[in-house]
Ligand binder design. Structure first.
Ligand code: XMP
Length: 513
């Protein structure tokens, strides 16, 4: 394992991502981690970038015991400045900020870190810089603006680089990270999904033991399905999946989930239709966060009731709750940021643990989304499901803007179905990260036949993104949009007008509520 100590850079998670791309396992911990309390012994350490200045009061610093680990260390940007600060304090504010591409010149070709990286474009993003070489270090690479773009310790395998190898704009960045991890740290390249299945199944069997039982909610999305499939492989029918139809699902979704999970994958599945309960509770509510809370609480209520009716075999007990947490959520919770603001409350099942006194089991908590997809494919989950766009927990409840009624849900559902059907027909589904139709609570005048109409507006949204933190709208050709608009207005009662959302995130979010 390579340890990445995070100093709060927006790119930190990408370091892990890149290392895993050549099958090296890496984990991130906050920069404040005490080295004597590390949960594992790393073969190398990377100090990430960060938004602070090493010389300022209150700036975060690494535990100096990191040098006692006696493993190679690579400091990136702030991480390099931290190494320099510890070894002579020669760090200060540069005359100007350097942001964007720069060309690297390697001045010490014998340095193993820079093999195959000479004269390539690298990505800079800094204001502070090294003003002198730290004690015991030599310069190995320069760039136009940074005389110390790359430094190395004279004797020990300690390196610093001013640029960000983890972003794709650093053309040979991955080569550099591979040089560090594989050549210098000798990290093994055995992180594959095939190995993961094997070790994870063993881990779950040991954790759960010979008789305890596990329950989990499934939604029809890739994460919960892959999680359920792993549990099924590990403990068979001692895993109970529960699917709650909240009346806010997409068209045909419930039937499809039943078919895939129960009939296809042989997962022990209970389907509950709680539509009327959800819709009753949502009556009269228009505030998005209130809707989320109501949907989340109703879900917990229904789920607990169903769970209490599941009677495990004699002597055994439901002890665990499966949750499809992914690594980005874990990173989010451990990264070094200081207080961050809640934009939307996404997690609607948090309350379950407290109420039911269950322990959490999270088989996917080490994985990125694309790793989950690989895993799903390996485990025989149908392609369609593996590549499914994400669908929010509150479902159409936050895509019907304003009050959620059965009639409004029906309009949103039909429009969404047509949009997605056309996207699939055009072969665009996999190019788009997420697409849907939102129903706006405004009426607009139209004309159909010779009649004046006065009906609602559908907003189509389709985005491209890698991490859903930032997103750009998808550029369809006009013919495609024309066809979708015409089908929706003609086929869905209650819609007089269709618009296409051309806002990026930020400043907009993906969902309309
Ligand atoms: P936003 O709208 O925050 O969406 O830009 C980013 C991603 O999160 C999904 N999303 C949710 N998922 N519960 C969920 O499980 C929610 O309340 C929720 N709100 C947004 C959204 O669909 C997108 O993929």
């Amino acid at each position: 394992t390579i340890l990445v100590l995070d100093f709060g850079s927006q790119y930190s998670h990408l370091i892990i991502r890149r290392l895993r791309e050549f099958n090296v396992y890496a984990e991130m911990l906050p920069c404040t981690q005490k080295i004597s309390e590390l949960p594992f012994k790393p073969v190398g350490v990377i100090l990430s970038g960060g938004p602070f200045s090493v010389y300022e009061d209150g700036a975060p610093h690494v535990d100096h015991d990191v040098f006692k680990l006696d493993v190679p260390i690579l400091g990136i940007c702030y991480g390099m400045q931290e190494l320099a600060w510890i070894n002579g304090k020669g760090v200060g504010r540069g005359e100007k900020r350097e942001y964007g591409p720069a060309t690297l010149t390697v001045v010490d070709p014998a340095c193993p870190l820079f093999e195959g990286v000479d004269h390539s474009q690298v990505w800079m993003s800094h204001h502070d810089k090294l003003q002198s070489l730290p004690t015991g270090f030599k310069t190995v690479a320069t760039s136009g603006n940074s005389p110390f773009a790359g430094i190395a310790h004279e004797e020990k395998p300690i390196y610093g680089i001013q640029f960000h190898p983890e972003v794709t704009h650093s053309v040979q960045g991955k080569t550099l990270l591979k040089n560090f991890a594989v050549k210098i740290c000798k990290a093994s390249q055995n992180w594959t999904m095939a190995n993961f299945i094997e070790t994870e199944i063993k881990r779950i069997r040991t954790l759960v033991g010979p008789s305890a039982e596990v329950i989990g909610a499934v939604s029809g999305g890739v994460d919960s399905t892959v999680g359920a499939k792993i549990m099924k492989e590990a403990i068979g029918d001692r895993f109970h999946a529960i699917y709650v139809d909240n009346g806010l699902m997409r068209k045909n979704e419930t039937v499809q989930v039943k078919k895939t999970l129960d009939e296809g994958l042989g997962i022990n599945l209970t389907v509950v239709d709680a539509s009327s309960q959800f819709l009753d509770n949502l009556k009269g509510v228009t505030d998005p966060e209130k809707k989320r809370k109501i949907i989340g609480n109703t879900f917990i209520h229904v789920f607990e009731k169903v769970a209490s009716e599941i009677k495990p075999k004699d002597g055994s007990q439901i002890e665990y709750l499966l949750q499809g947490t992914l690594y980005p959520d874990v990173i989010e919770s451990i990264s070094f940021k200081g207080p961050s603001q809640t934009i939307k409350t996404h997690h609607n099942v948090g309350g379950l643990l407290e109420d039911m006194k269950l322990k959490l089991i999270e088989p996917l908590r080490e994985l990125f989304k694309d790793e989950v997809r690989d895993l799903g494919t390996l485990m025989g989950i149908p392609e369609d499901l593996v590549w499914r766009h994400p669908f929010p927990g509150p479902g159409l409840g936050i895509r019907v803007l304003g009050e959620v009624t059965p009639e409004q849900v029906k309009i949103a559902r039909e429009a969404d179905y047509i949009f997605i059907e056309e996207i699939r027909k055009a072969g665009l589904y996999r190019n788009i990260s997420q697409a849907f139709a939102a129903l706006l609570p405004v009426k607009s005048v139209g004309v159909m036949g010779d009649q004046r109409t006065y009906e609602q507006v559908i907003a189509l949204r389709a985005i491209e993104t890698t991490d859903f933190m930032t997103a750009d709208w998808y550029v369809f050709d006009a013919k495609f949009l024309k066809k979708v608009a015409s089908r929706i207005v003609n086929e869905v009662d209650g819609v007089a007008r269709v618009t296409y959302d051309i806002t990026s995130k930020p400043p907009a979010t993906v969902e309309w509520e």
